[in-house]
Design a protein around this ligand. Structure first.
Ligand code: SF4
Length: 86
């Protein structure tokens, strides 16, 4: 299974297949993230490592794709996963 992922000092982001290689989902991720952590291309999404620690924990990316396909881990909090607001 392929996965797009990257780690900053404080934040780790993972995107599972099939979302990671889906051009439409990649565009959605790039569109919702206010700090440009996701870069979209025809082959899917790339995580922009240098922007990871800019994550504001807004949770907007968690709504893209099936539940749990996009994960934001707070490395400064023992890797606790960000939970989507309800
Ligand atoms: S939680 Fe918000 S800022 Fe962080 S990666 Fe997702 S969309 Fe971007």
């Amino acid at each position: 299974m392929t996965q797009a992922s990257g780690s900053g000092m404080f934040i780790r982001v993972e995107v599972d297949e099939p979302v990671a290689s889906d051009a439409a989902a990649a565009k959605q991720l790039a569109g919702v993230c206010p700090v440009d952590i996701f870069e979209a291309s025809e082959s899917g999404v790339t995580i922009v490592d240098k922007n990871l620690d800019e994550c504001i924990l807004c949770g907007l990316c968690l709504a893209v794709g099936p539940a749990g396909a996009v994960r934001v881990a707070k490395l400064y909090d023992a890797g606790a996963l960000l939970v989507a607001a309800v």
